[in-house]
Design a protein around this ligand. Structure first.
Ligand SMILES: Cc1ncc(COP(=O)(O)O)c(C=O)c1O
Length: 373
């Protein structure tokens, strides 16, 4: 196997799931976001681990992602969180996915296809309360619910909204979330007043699980929290919800070279040795998900020590400065990502993005190795 691999600790994922379960209570359903190959962790293994931990359903972004889960033997409900195009409707029906429905046109198209296939299809009505993305307006929700009730081949299984700033404890953002939740509650009230059952009601992503208990309703939809990163900008209220990164990006030192003071390392000569030193070459680069922007800014852990990455990160390789009297040697194991000091959140901060993007971008050619199953 290649030296560079993503080690996914399923026991840590299960622990994170338990932490979320303890937070939201035993009676609430949990929908695990396994879209984008489970945020880079590998959807088949994470889907299985989720269901073994007690998840009610899984959330995907594309019909292909849902079909792959079905092919892998997953029978649990699968929510399709993004809007597909009409050509994808047959795939939704064949795989028994539960799409979000934001409008009458899509409801009608789904109902016609489900009727043709003589298959009852569960759908979740999506309301846009302020995310500015998918969903009907709160005012339109009762009429859309009535439309679903009139679609003989659709089952109105749930009603959802999505929060734009649930991960922020800034007072203005807290107020915005409360406003979103108020609009959502009003829309649900309008449905119920018209005798329409909204089904499973859900709104909370990771940020809301930490900061907004009144967003938990019947089901929560965590993603990043289960993968071990806290989607909050401010300290959470007590008691803290403790999670641990489930994935590490590891590699090995494949070459050690001596570089003299004044010699440069890598493309563009962005780093020039300030003293005689030893340089480790690591076979991991931006094609594996180590952002090029982290050049001369990130570090790796080898043995007990931490060493700065120096020079421009290449597509397939990068270099670390081991110092003039190096303890690590050729073939030693190295951590590029993972653990408290080398978390995806720290790397994200270093390159101006969010941990979601870091873990999603761990490349396809990086084998996933599962531990703690
Ligand atoms: C509709 C929906 N629900 C839940 C999630 C999970 O979000 P998070 O990873 O912040 O918990 C996402 C992710 O973007 C989403 O799009």
């Amino acid at each position: 196997m290649r030296a560079t691999r993503a080690v996914v600790h399923l026991d840590r994922f299960a622990e994170n799931f338990r932490a979320v379960r303890n937070r939201v209570g035993p009676g609430r359903r949990i929908c695990v976001a396994v879209k984008a190959d489970a945020y880079g962790h590998g959807a088949p293994a994470i889907a299985r681990a989720s269901l073994e931990s007690g998840a009610f359903c899984l959330g995907v972004a594309t019909v292909e992602e849902g079909a792959a889960l079905r092919l892998g033997g997953i029978a649990a409900p699968v929510l399709l969180l993004s809007q597909p195009v009409p050509d994808e409707i047959p795939g939704i029906i064949q795989n028994g996915l539960s799409p979000f429905v934001s409008d009458h046109e899509f409801a009608g198209a789904l109902n016609a296809a489900a009727a043709a296939a003589k298959t009852k299809l569960p759908v979740h009505l999506k309301i846009d309360t302020g995310m500015g993305r998918l969903g009907c307006t709160p005012d339109e929700a009762p009429a859309l619910a009535r439309r679903l009730a009139g679609c003989g081949w659709l089952e109105h299984a749930g009603t959802a909204t999505h929060l734009a700033v649930s991960d922020s404890a800034d007072p203005a953002d807290l107020a915005y979330t409360e406003r979103q939740l108020g609009l959502f509650r009003d829309a649900l009230q309008g449905m119920r007043a018209a005798g329409l059952d909204p089904g499973i009601v859900h709104a909370a992503n990771s940020g809301a699980i930490i900061l907004h208990p009144n967003a938990w309703f019947d089901m929560v939809r965590p993603g990043i929290l289960l993968y071990g990163y806290k989607a909050v900008e401010a300290p959470p209220p007590e008691p803290p919800l403790l999670v641990e990164p489930a994935m590490e990006l590891r590699t090995r030192v494949v070459f050690v070279k001596n570089v003299k003071k004044g010699e440069s390392v890598s493309y563009g000569r962005t780093w020039v040795a300030p003293r005689d030193t030893a340089i480790a070459v690591l076979p991991v680069g931006y094609a594996d998900g180590l952002p090029r922007l982290a050049s001369n800014r990130w570090r790796v852990s080898i043995g007990g020590g931490t060493y700065p990455l120096v020079g421009t990160i290449c597509m397939d390789q990068c270099m670390a400065d081991l110092g003039p009297d190096p303890k690590p040697g050729r073939w030693d194991d190295a951590a590029v990502l993972g653990g408290p000091a080398l978390g995806a959140d720290a790397l994200a901060e270093c390159v101006g993005t969010i941990p979601y993007e870091i873990v999603c971008n761990i490349g396809k050619r990086v084998p996933r190795v599962y531990r703690g199953a």
